[in-house]
Design a protein around this ligand. Structure first.
Ligand SMILES: [Zn+2]
Length: 227
């Protein structure tokens, strides 16, 4: 347990391949870091993430940082972020991604960043929202605020089965609730999540936000899983 705690505070083992880290390395060894499947989707308007939402929800921009590949360093990173209590890893990934986005001038018209909220029961269990950690990293480097109070997850939809069922029923509008205040009026919102699979969660949340006057939405996630 102490070893795990020490690893959380001072990661000395690569989260991608478990090799020992050099003093200059953090989170990932240089080999894993240079082999990460970075998509560069943000450089192209019509990329696979953007296309996934075509006809479902109008977006300004959409992209994912990595391709999700099973048994890869990306899967190991996401696993650590979600299940190993390594919340700061999400902040680090957000900062890495934001550096790329900033260099390419992507997402520079956004006003605020909203992480997909967890249901309060899940937040209590995990102790943090992994998407919010990612949002914090983006926020630091893009210099845009995080809003984690306007959108509430009113229904727990934790498992994939549940997600698919909700999507199949088309009964998605009750999953998220947007607080009725003026905070989001006329804002371009960057909605962020950890992984995109079917896109049903992001779609449901985006459609709720778009009911507010003058809002527009862009999407960014850590990884994109082809289905
Ligand atoms: Zn490694």
């Amino acid at each position: 347990m102490l070893r795990e705690l020490y690893q959380t505070i001072y990661p000395h083992v690569c989260y991608g391949c478990s090799a020992d880290l050099a003093k200059t390395e953090c989170w990932l060894c240089s080999i894993c870091k240079s082999n990460l499947p970075i998509t560069h989707f943000h450089r192209y308007t019509s990329n696979p993430v953007f296309q996934l939402f075509a006809g479902r929800v109008p977006l300004i921009q959409a992209s994912s940082y990595y391709l999700f590949i099973k048994e890869s360093a990306v899967q190991h990173l996401l696993h650590a972020l979600k299940y190993k209590n390594v919340s700061n890893l999400g902040v680090a990934i957000g900062e890495w991604y934001a550096e790329e986005l900033r260099n390419d001038g992507a997402y520079n018209s956004i006003d605020t960043i909203i992480p997909i909220p967890l249901h309060k029961s899940k937040l209590q269990k995990r102790g943090y929202n992994q998407s919010e950690m990612f949002a914090k990293g983006l926020s630091k480097q893009l210099n845009k605020p995080v809003n984690n109070s306007s959108v509430v997850r009113a229904m727990a939809t934790s498992t994939q089965t549940r997600k698919n069922r909700i999507e199949r029923w088309g009964n998605v509008e009750f999953v998220f609730r947007v607080e009725e205040d003026d905070t989001l009026i006329n804002k371009h919102i960057l909605l962020v999540d950890d992984v995109i699979t079917t896109g049903a969660t992001l779609e449901a949340c985006a459609n709720q936000i778009l009911k507010i006057q003058g809002t527009s939405i862009s999407i960014a996630t850590i990884a994109f899983a082809k289905i």
